[in-house]
Design a protein around this ligand. Structure first.
Ligand code: HEM
Length: 415
């Protein structure tokens, strides 16, 4: 178990050397080990995802991310009008719809709801298996559910390809690159896309729900982010990706959320592929590494008062060094670090920016008028989610929504 990052390399430099990275560099993750086994598939997955989700390609996703965020905001408005106080579903659908579009080109709402429910059933399997301990057993329920996750959206894609109606997406891009009738390659693409769709949906939904929960508990943070948004973006349109670099406090909220409630508190176990010596200890090939990301991200020397949600710690001040970025730890380690990171952060940023621009997040209210406390409690399992909580999304300005929505005009240019 790696609980710190400071043993190899200097801690606290602007981009700290990461000993956990160093150790895990020589390892492979248990996900790939248990699911796919072959070296060929591992490197294929890595290349495919890094190419498709690389930071300079992110703009191609923006039209459908905007579309999905409008659906999310509409759901929050309509559910709030009906007095609903539980909102897990819209966040899962937002995360799922963006991923399904990127990976398979799936856009219809009915399909999206069906596939997101498949992910949720698989996640239940993971949660029931507990976290790390007996690794193979932990992953088995997840493995049992992979075929439906992998095959159903794939079959849908095949139908669209046959009809000449498939949209550009990760799967079609890679199928086009493959030689005709290369069935082995097709199987590899199908397996990789299937697992990624699970890996991407649940994690993004968890980050969004943690951020909403943190904002609910910190109205002062909400108010400050809204002041920043109103100053930079104004109140007559929604924030968009071009505004991002001018909204440092909003960025700090997302960063602090990843730190305080890491989506994978114990990362993904890795398995060493060669003998190593670390701080005088011999580590034989085949050793399992578990990086305790939660401990790293709650180290009081790096992040004073680590249990306090304090985005301020990530706001650059003159003459002061920022703490190590949680992005170094929250997305895994070494060569296996999450290839979906920039895409995931874009998805989460747009949703949180638009929610803060549109709503105040407030405590839900009982019939007798008393406020309902939203407990900060997390599920057990490899991917950690806030336990269900209640809140209200109260529109910041009455009546303006329909007009504001129209200003998100880039949406109309998409399929
Ligand atoms: C907040 C959202 C996300 C978090 C916190 C997250 C976190 C992680 C972590 C901790 C790992 C394990 C890395 C390791 O083995 O050390 C991982 C792997 C992976 N993630 Fe993500 N992820 C997120 C979103 C996404 C998205 C949106 C995608 C796809 C677009 C994605 C695709 C993958 C894939 C394919 C792997 C396996 C990489 C490999 O083994 O080489 N993830 N992720």
């Amino acid at each position: 178990m790696a609980n710190s990052t400071c043993a190899r390399g200097s801690y606290g430099s602007s981009k700290p050397a990461n000993a956990t990275d160093d150790l895990l560099e020589k390892s492979i993750s248990y996900i790939e080990w248990t699911l796919w086994m072959g070296m060929e598939l591992r490197s294929f997955l890595r290349k495919m995802f890094h190419q498709y989700f690389q930071p300079r390609s992110l703009a191609k996703f923006h039209p459908f991310q905007r579309k999905a965020v409008l659906v999310l905001l509409d759901s929050l408005i309509n559910l709030s009008k009906d007095g609903e106080t539980e909102f897990k579903g819209p966040f899962q659908r937002y995360a799922g719809s963006v991923i399904l579009r990127a990976i398979y080109g799936i856009t219809t709402q009915e399909d999206q709801e069906h596939y997101v429910s498949l992910v949720n059933r698989a996640i239940l399997g993971i949660a029931q298996a507990g976290s790390h301990g007996n690794f193979l057993v932990d992953y088995l329920p997840f493995l049992k559910r992979v075929p439906s996750l992998r095959d159903e959206p794939w079959e849908k894609l095949q139908t669209s390809v046959a009809a000449g109606a498939a949209l550009d997406c990760l799967a079609t891009e890679n199928l086009n690159k493959a030689k005709k009738d290369d069935t082995q390659m097709e199987v590899m693409i199908r397996n990789c896309t299937g697992v990624a769709y699970l890996a991407a949906t649940d994690t993004t939904a968890s980050l969004l729900l943690s951020t909403v929960l943190s904002l609910l508990h910190n109205p002062d943070v909400q108010a400050r982010a809204q002041r920043e948004l109103d100053t930079v973006v104004g109140t007559s349109r929604l924030p968009d990706f071009g505004d991002r670099e001018n909204l440092p406090y909003l960025e700090a909220i997302l960063t602090e959320s990843l730190r305080i409630y890491p989506v994978l508190p114990l990362a993904v176990p890795h398995h060493s592929i060669e003998d190593d010596v670390y701080e005088g200890y011999f580590i034989p090939k085949g050793t399992t590494f578990v990086a305790n990301s939660w401990a790293i991200l709650h180290n009081k020397h790096a992040y004073p008062d680590p249990l306090k949600f304090n985005p301020e710690r990530f706001v650059q001040k003159e003459g002061e060094k920022l703490p190590p970025s949680p992005l170094l730890y929250a997305f895994g380690y070494g060569r296996r670090q999450c290839p979906g990171r920039p895409f995931a952060l874009d998805n989460a940023w747009l949703a949180i920016a638009c929610i803060l621009a549109t709503f105040n997040i407030k405590k839900a209210i009982n019939q007798d008028g008393t406020e309902i406390e939203a407990e900060i409690a997390y599920t057990k399992g490899m991917v950690s989610h806030p336990e269900d909580f209640k809140c209200r999304f109260v529109p910041r300005s009455t009546g303006a929504w329909e007009n504001i929505k129209l200003t998100f005009h880039h949406v109309e240019t998409e399929e």
